[in-house]
Design a binder for this molecule. Structure first.
Ligand SMILES: C[S@@+](CC[C@H](N)C(=O)[O-])C[C@H]1O[C@@H](n2cnc3c(N)ncnc32)[C@H](O)[C@@H]1O
Ligand SMILES: Nc1nc2[nH]cc(C(=O)O)c2c(=O)[nH]1
Ligand code: SF4
Ligand SMILES: [Mg+2]
Length: 215
């Protein structure tokens, strides 16, 4: 059984593959925050910009098996003549590695999809992921030390970028923290730009879907 908060067709907004047409599957639940505002200040991850509670979002629900969920997600990919475009699914959440398994990856591949994952890096991933994005959180122990992109939300007092520069990733991004979820305004853009200028291993990553006004 898989619990899905919402699923939708959009452009990947973040990281090295920003701009790519994607089906997003947002799983319910996370291991670093309950998702309830009253728990936010005491949680291990305190700046989350996402509602991942329940299954009541667009195209959300509970799916009995991998075949059922893969069929549901495949239907969200447009039936165009654009055969050059490989269908792309991004599993996120919440924390997708609480639910994503080999059966679901295999079922998506059978539908012709490339499979991407956005994870906090604290859980072991199943085999078969085509694009792995890891976004470390505070002092939560990092289990995944290699992948395609490391995308650190900046700044986090207990997760300075220097803690991660030795890891085995193809891309190192700093993503300015959006302060709105914590009742603030704007982002930490100025500080993030300054850090990238001083430390050229890191590249600036913007949440382009928020600029574009899409999901
Ligand atoms: C909502 S998380 C879900 C996936 C996974 N739990 C994780 O944390 O990577 C998706 C992405 O949004 C980023 N994110 C969450 N809150 C943010 C915020 N306030 N500002 C900028 N990025 C944020 C996360 O770091 C992660 O890269
Ligand atoms: N367009 C868009 N791109 C995204 N990239 C990562 C997201 C996420 O919430 O995991 C996200 C999202 O929520 N929307
Ligand atoms: S780990 Fe990801 S989903 Fe969980 S609270 Fe943090 S940003 Fe949100
Ligand atoms: Mg998001």
């Amino acid at each position: 059984m898989y619990s899905v908060k919402e699923a939708f067709y959009t452009l990947q907004g973040e990281g090295a593959r920003a701009g790519r047409a994607s089906v997003f599957c947002r799983f319910t639940g996370c291991n670093l925050w309950s998702g309830r505002e009253r728990d936010r200040a005491q949680s291990r991850c305190r700046f989350c910009d996402t509602d991942f509670v329940g299954t009541d979002g667009q195209n959300g629900g509970r799916f009995a098996d991998a075949h059922a969920l893969a069929t549901h997600l495949h239907r969200l990919w447009p039936g165009t003549d654009d055969t050059a475009a490989t269908p792309y699914v991004v599993f996120t959440g919440g924390e997708p590695l609480l639910q994503l398994d080999t059966a679901l990856i295999t079922a998506m591949r059978a539908h012709g999809f490339e499979v991407a994952v956005e994870t906090n890096g604290t859980l072991t991933p199943p085999d078969g992921i085509d694009w792995l994005c890891v976004s470390p959180k505070g002092d939560a122990p990092l289990r995944i030390t290699q992948g395609d992109e490391l995308k650190l939300v900046y700044p986090q007092d207990d997760a300075p970028p220097a803690n991660f520069t030795h890891l085995d990733f193809a891309h190192f991004f700093l993503q300015p923290m959006d302060l709105a979820p914590r009742g603030g305004q704007g982002t930490t853009m100025t500080d993030t730009v300054a850090y990238c200028l001083d430390h050229p291993q890191w590249r600036l990553a913007l949440q382009t879907h928020k600029i574009a006004g899409i999901d």
